[in-house]
Design a protein around this ligand. Sequence first.
Ligand code: BG6
Length: 510
Amino acid sequence: MADPERHPFLQGLSKHRGAPPTVVVIFGASGDLTARKLIPAIYNLSFDNLLPADFHLVGYGRKPIPDEEFRAIASKAVADFSRRELDAEVWGRVAANTTYVSGGYDEKAGFERLAAHIAEIEKSAGSQVQSLFYISTPPSVFSPIIQNLGASGLGGRYLGKAHQSKVIIEKPFGRDLASARALNAELRSVFDENQVFRIDHYLGKETVQDLLVQRFANSIFEPLWNRNYIDSVQITVAEDQGVGTRAGYYEQSGCLRDMIQNHTTQLLALTAMEPPGSFEAEALRDEKVKVLRAVEAISLDTDAARAQYAAGMTAGKAVPGYLEEAGIAPDSTTETYAAIRLSINNWRWQGVPFYLRSGKRMPRRVSEIAVQFKRPPGTIFPHTGGFDLAANTLSFQIQPDEGLSLILNAKVPGLETRTQPVKMSFRYATTFGSNTPEAYERLVLDAMIGDGTLFIRGDEAETSWTLYTPLLEHWQSQGRTGMASYPAGSWGPEAADLLLTSRGHTWRQP
Ligand code: BG6
């Protein structure tokens, strides 16, 4: 068996046990994401003994909350949302070092109180402790938080390499190219790029990391991974939920900003990039940026479709249309579904369409990358009715029912040579069990140890916005003209089918 320490893609796993003494400060401590994802992630890291011995959690928010109450809120979050049950001893280790500081995001004095609080923690620890600031607030206060981290000296580079502070910044990272550039400039005025961790939680999903392992730890794929053998690629990120309680945010965002610009485009980049020289942050991100730069400008009228869900049925229940949902303008121009056809202008992918789609209120929650290979050049089997063999398709099932499957043509038993598509599958749950770590666990730990491999680099965010900003502006200028609709519980509008049928393709039924 290969020595794991010598295999380039397995090197460095042990580094996850070496996080330095850390204080994690969460801005937006009483927010939804904190309760649903961040606190449970920290709990599970503690469960797996992956937190440093000297670990502190500080909540920061506008609302004054006594320490004791914040600990109770956090403990309830673990009980409600963690993948593992609340274990009093494990949670007790985190709770003992959990505190809360209240202050405004644009209030310098609040950040000074925070700095004094961190200095106290260091004093009682008897050594320097790195600060990891997690900005999990609405984007309207990203800028004052970054400025105040700078002004209070907290974000600075002053502590020296080993104890540099770090910042994780939640999405949305800007709302177009100009705002993403401005946010990058603001971050750079306080932090070095290697201190900044722009999160896209899809990169923390086990199956997304597995995509890299499948591509680069198996030798059977790479020779076929190009325009000579691949006919087209479909990337689907479908949700069955509607807008729910997030109308305020979603009305300002829409599917292109919320899902395509980041999650779906990341899946595209990992599928299409060249093999990196190593599994290291800059090597990997260089390749992602390179392939994103090679994506051709989107033809605004022919390469994209947008739609809103209308009333329909989800999971056997009647649900309202987007325009009837609470908090949504009756003449809203926000799309809940988007489909795009992209072309990559390089030697590997010339002529291979990449179809991306995402939507709310689709028949079920499913994310997959389907790589469709070219059909055989002809058939020697008379009973296939001429030439109707299925195209070989390799699909990476990102979620749920995580796994990988390959469609092949097989002979149906019997005297006649009849063919039938069959599926060869690998399922995570069957092989590895189902209690896999959540994306946020991996990402919080990676940021703690300073590994940016699974985070978005500044130039990468800008490259992605460069691609989509003209389309966003076009849609905005069109108002509701060209906005299609699809019944809730369906796979999207006809306009999205046309993107494919015009090239002789059809959407897969994932
Ligand atoms: C978030 C979007 O980034 O991703 C949400 O803002 C979406 O609208 C969510 O529901 C989907 O994430 P997941 O991990 O459930 O696929």
